[in-house]
Design a binder for this molecule. Structure first.
Ligand code: ADP
Ligand code: MG
Length: 246
């Protein structure tokens, strides 16, 4: 069935922090099943863009829609919305006094009222999906950073989100732990999850991304398919960005 909207739509979005204009007329449509990789220099507004999609920040102009419905409307049901948009951050923020399994079951039980046995079964499946079956009863401080981040991904997936947002989820990890987290994200993409991914991992961006979005100073300055973006950027900003990172 075709629809006249994309799954996640940013429609002429402006965001200010006080006087500072941090998102400037940002429009971006993300299709169902698409992996959209957002790149750009530090301070360009990447995190703010994701945070606005999850209503962690309010926008001042424009609209953000999920499946055709406004997210940014002050009357939108924030709790319901957050269930539909999973987010994973650089810092994993697991509950330290809860096991991996309990971290994954907590929100489904508390927010969605799912019974313990069902939540537990689903959590076990999700921990298996992220390669952590054997760590279900471990506490966060008994896990490596890569393992903790995989638990954080399982925790977000436990709410059955429509879209997953990833904000530099490997940036705080020791280099040898980055691959295992990217692997989980690659699997998720292959299963058809719609994803917005802010990352400095250009190999991942190129291989897994369906589209690259380059931000600079609060604007989207270039979007393109990975091959064309990396081989043949269309803007000076794109060329400059690539010359610094590649
Ligand atoms: P990026 O993720 O691309 O590094 P951010 O979205 O974190 O960029 O930041 C974009 C701009 O917004 C920066 O100039 C940053 O200083 C500013 N900014 C981010 N969060 C806040 C905040 N809570 N209050 C004020 N300014 C902020
Ligand atoms: Mg950021």
């Amino acid at each position: 069935m075709s629809t006249d909207h994309s799954l996640l739509e940013f429609d002429h979005v402006d965001k200010y922090f006080g006087e500072t204009h941090v998102l400037k007329d940002v429009s971006l449509d993300i299709e169902d099943g698409e992996v959209c990789v957002v790149v750009g220099p530090s301070g360009s507004g990447k995190s703010t863009l994701l945070r606005c999609a999850n209503r962690l920040e309010e926008i001042q102009n424009g609209e953000i829609r999920l499946d055709g419905r406004s997210i940014s409307d002050p009357d939108a049901d924030i709790n319901r919305l957050r269930q539909r948009i999973g987010m994973v951050f650089q810092s994993f923020n697991l509950f330290p006094h809860k096991t991996a399994l309990e971290n994954v079951t907590l929100a489904p039980r508390k927010v969605r009222g799912i019974d313990e046995a069902t939540a537990r079964q689903r959590a076990e499946e999700l921990l298996a999906d992220v390669g952590l079956s054997d760590q279900a009863n471990s506490y966060p401080n008994q896990l490596s950073g890569g393992q903790q981040q995989r638990v954080a991904i399982a925790r977000a997936l436990a709410m059955d989100p429509r879209v997953m947002l990833f904000d530099e989820v490997t940036s705080a990890l020791d280099p040898e732990l980055v691959g295992e987290v990217l692997e989980v994200m690659r699997d998720l993409a292959a299963e058809g999850m719609t994803m917005m991914v802010v990352t400095h991992e250009m190999g991942f961006a190129r291989e897994v991304g369906d589209r690259i979005v380059l931000m600079d100073e609060g604007r989207i300055v270039e979007t393109g398919a990975p091959e064309s973006f990396f081989e043949n950027p269309q803007t000076d900003r794109g060329e400059q960005f690539l010359s610094k990172i590649l």
